[in-house]
Unconditional design. Structure first.
Length: 273
């Protein structure tokens, strides 16, 4: 069917009007709208070996405070220790930055709290003076970590439902040790921290994470990711050795734990309002 000159003018005017109202503008990909979101997640991983040092002194002529025998046991935890974790997050995503016709980057600010469950690294620590042999220190550890993250989600031309993202964050960790044990094979049955085996400390924490997010519905997404979490070195103050008649009394024991590096694999759900 031929369209006359007058009809062509009407068609052109209609197309112009639609474009003016946004019908000819590039639509925001589903799930890419700005807004607030919340999420919950859980996962598994491991903490790598780190340095461990125990320092204190034995009173040689109690109840006198002198002379003393200084003790310095210095070593590292053995291998890696498995951990489990869970957490929640709340964040806000802004509009995408267009990187081209089919590419974009969507920034978000995110606050996150996670809990790393009980795990018990054991340190093997040669003692100075050397005639005392080796100290074996077990530190049942939990950690609460609070982080602020910058997260960037990448829009690609390949899929609007599955998108990659990466983030970096920093914050504080509260590390607690409950029921620690400091044993030496030359003194069976003796826990050198027995009068107070509990202690805690706070430290700077930071993480990087990369993952994939898949849209399940308009508001709900499933995500899976890898995280590298680092908690700075911590220091603990445990009780003295208190076994009257079995062991000479000691000062309180100071334990220094090096930086704790965690490799974590996480999955969770995210709801966007």
């Amino acid at each position: 069917m031929k369209i006359g000159q007058e009809q062509s003018k009407y068609v052109a005017a209609l197309l112009f009007g639609l474009c003016g109202t946004g019908a000819c503008q590039a639509a925001e990909p589903p799930g890419g709208e700005p807004g607030l979101y919340i999420g919950a997640f859980g996962g598994l991983g491991a903490v790598n070996s780190t340095s461990l040092q125990q320092r204190g002194a034995v009173f040689l002529r109690p109840p006198r405070k002198l002379p003393v025998l200084p003790i310095n046991a210095d070593g590292a935890t053995q291998g890696s220790t498995d951990v489990a974790l869970g957490g929640i997050q709340v964040g806000y995503e802004w509009s995408r930055w267009q990187l081209g016709s089919d590419w974009g980057l969507q920034p978000a600010l995110e606050f996150e709290g996670l809990y790393i469950g009980k795990h018990s690294p054991m340190g093997e620590m040669p003692v100075r003076p050397s005639f005392l042999g080796t100290q074996y220190v077990t530190v049942p550890t939990t950690a609460g970590v609070f982080l602020a993250n910058a997260v960037f989600t990448l829009q690609t031309p390949y899929s609007s439902k599955i998108v990659p993202y990466a983030g970096i964050g920093a914050g504080v960790a509260v590390v607690s040790i409950r029921g620690s044990d400091s044993a030496n094979p030359s003194e069976p049955g003796i826990n050198h921290f027995n009068s107070d085996p509990n202690a805690s400390d706070t430290a700077f924490a930071m993480q990087v994470k990369v993952g994939l997010k898949g849209r399940i519905s308009k508001n709900l997404s499933l995500f899976t990711e890898y995280r590298y979490l680092s908690i700075d070195a911590t220091r603990y103050d445990f009780g003295s050795t208190d076994y009257p008649g079995l062991h000479l009394p000691t000062t309180r024991w100071h334990v220094d734990m090096g930086r704790q590096p965690y490799n974590l694999f996480v999955a969770g759900l995210q709801y966007k309002f």
